[in-house]
Design a protein around this ligand. Structure first.
Ligand SMILES: Cc1ncc(C[n+]2csc(CCOP(=O)(O)OP(=O)(O)O)c2C)c(N)n1
Ligand SMILES: [Mg+2]
Length: 382
């Protein structure tokens, strides 16, 4: 398989000192692919996959509904109903493929963009929105679906995942753990520490890096001089780059890494080579730092379109299937809109709850100060 090269970036000023760092040294790494951007099925010697029509249609449905939910959330932010939204547009295959590789008893540590993985875990999508509306700190019970709360502190969840996986091994369980993180997070010390600990303790964890080419406005070239998956070698565990826009390849590669973890053979780094089609968040304007040609080149590799082409060509799904799915998508959009608009505002003092399970004098003091501050408005009004 050949590599997908990133299209030309907007020209940047560079000095001689930094120009050597611009391109990764190995510019042609292997990329596991099972479905080409044109929707052709191809084989890979290490990653076979044989899915039924139902399973293929299921993956397609997951991706379409996730994209529809994501579009609705972006619209709700624009309407002032959410404070912020981090879109997963373009990353549906990476998330649905890896998410559907998981067993119920596996445990997931996401970042803030894993809406597709949350969908696969059975977290109600409306529950993802409370934090982005500012009405709660999370919105779901992590242990109900083995899906941890979203983590904004970049890279920190890889340490949580590693510690959790070390615990799983100590318990003698055969479940696995997966940590999601981004290309930018790969530069964090927390990620380096989690690689070291998981390797040394042979922890049953899969590090799933969605290399979506950007960390806000910083391109991957600013994070690494080698392809990210090759970093694993230095820690003593395997790394593999998968076409992150190919849901079949993401499923096969993640499944294999999880099985390896379950066999007690330790961690794997999966680099899903994909693209953030939208802005970093609704607070960002990517036209300021990346070229339109780059975005257009990745549009041609759209994860949903390629699976649709395959389903149509192979007659695995017919027009009635796609029409029914469109209707289901619209119904989901409506349900999400209504749920967000009817979310009750919390009591302001509730933000001090849940910081500590059994209370804490400092938090009590802060709560009292804030209560007095709030009361001062009532006095002013008198
Ligand atoms: C420790 C820490 N440093 C900085 C930030 C600010 N920040 C939020 S998102 C982000 C970029 C992350 O990029 P990447 O890991 O590639 O993930 P992506 O957003 O592309 O999914 C940064 C620097 C943060 N949240 N936490
Ligand atoms: Mg990124």
């Amino acid at each position: 398989m050949t590599v997908e090269s990133t299209a030309a970036r907007k020209p940047r000023r560079s000095s001689k000192r930094t120009s050597a760092a611009k391109k990764p040294q190995n510019a042609e790494p292997q990329l596991v692919q099972l479905l080409t951007p044109e929707g052709e099925r191809v084989e890979h010697p290490d990653y076979a996959i044989d899915l039924s029509g139902d399973e293929l249609r299921g993956l397609y449905r997951d991706m379409v509904l996730t994209r529809r939910f994501d579009a609705e959330a972006t619209a709700l932010q624009r309407q002032g109903e959410l404070g912020l939204w981090a879109s997963l547009l373009g990353q549906e295959a990476a998330q649905i493929g890896s998410g559907r590789a998981l067993r119920d008893d596996d445990y997931v540590f996401p970042t803030y963009r894993e809406h597709g993985v949350a969908w696969c875990r059975g977290v109600d999508p409306t529950n993802l929105l409370g934090m982005f509306r500012g009405v709660n700190h999370g919105g779901w019970d992590p242990n109900s679906n083995n899906f941890h709360l979203y983590t904004i502190v970049i890279g920190s969840q890889t340490l949580h995942a590693t510690g959790y996986a070390m615990g799983v091994a100590k318990d003698g369980a055969d479940s696995a753990v997966i940590a999601y993180f981004g290309d930018g997070a790969s530069s964090q010390g927390d990620v380096a520490e989690s690689f070291t600990f998981s390797a040394v303790y042979n922890a049953p964890v899969v590090f799933f890096c969605q290399n979506n080419q950007w960390a806000i406005s910083e391109p991957t070239e600013k994070q690494t001089r080698v392809p990210l998956y090759q970093r694993a070698q230095g820690y003593g565990f395997p790394g593999v780059r998968v076409d992150g826009n190919d849901v079949l390849a993401c499923l096969a590669v993640t499944r294999s890494a999880l099985e390896r973890a379950r066999r007690g053979e330790g961690p794997t780094l999966v680099e899903a080579f994909t693209y953030r089609m939208g802005a970093h968040t609704t607070s960002d304007d990517p036209t300021k730092y990346r070229a339109d040609e780059e975005t257009a080149a990745w549009e041609a590799k759209d994860p949903i379109l390629r699976l649709r082409t395959y389903l149509e060509k192979q007659e695995i799904a017919d027009a009635a299937y796609f029409t029914a799915l469109d209707e289901e998508s619209e119904a989901l959009g409506k349900r999400v809109r209504e749920a967000v608009r009817s979310m009750p505002d919390p009591e302001p003092l509730a933000m001090f709850d849940h910081t500590y399970a059994d209370g804490n004098p400092l938090v009590d003091e802060e709560r009292a100060q804030f209560a007095a501050y709030q009361a001062s408005f009532a006095e002013e009004g008198n």
